[in-house]
Design a protein around this ligand. Structure first.
Ligand SMILES: [Zn+2]
Length: 126
């Protein structure tokens, strides 16, 4: 399973995305199919549209969560534990633990560009 997939299926990411999807999906369905919902003619609802209005916010949330967790910007707090390598100099490696402050590469300083090499201890759905 790829790093991105492993993060996308983390229990906390999935639960968070389901909550956003539930709330945003209801609001978007009220906006997009208000005439049908308020006239209580539920058989006229477009099931495909209903599904998409829940699916899109779910996918956007998962995408945004995954992207944020893989960013590893210097000075920020690590969202997950990982082994990183500096893509700028391609020489330095470091380990960060979840909730650690992300360090600079000693060679590149403020130009550090960390990339994930390996992820540790993910709490997966199954
Ligand atoms: Zn470097």
């Amino acid at each position: 399973m790829s790093i991105v997939t492993r993060i996308a299926f983390q229990k906390e990411a999935v639960i968070s995305a389901l909550k956003v999807s539930f709330i945003v999906g209801i609001i978007l369905n009220l906006i997009n199919q208000a005439d049908i919902l308020f006239s209580l003619q539920f058989l006229r609802l477009n099931a495909f549209k209903v599904l998409l209005t829940f699916l899109v916010p779910y996918l956007v949330t998962i995408y945004s969560t995954t992207k944020t967790k893989l960013a590893f910007k210097i000075g920020e707090i690590a969202a997950i534990s990982a082994k990183l390598h500096c893509e700028k100099c391609n020489e330095t490696h470091t380990h960060v633990h979840k909730d650690d402050k992300i360090p600079v590469c000693p060679k590149c300083m403020e130009n550090t560009n960390w990339k994930v090499q390996k992820i540790k201890e993910l709490n997966l759905m199954n």
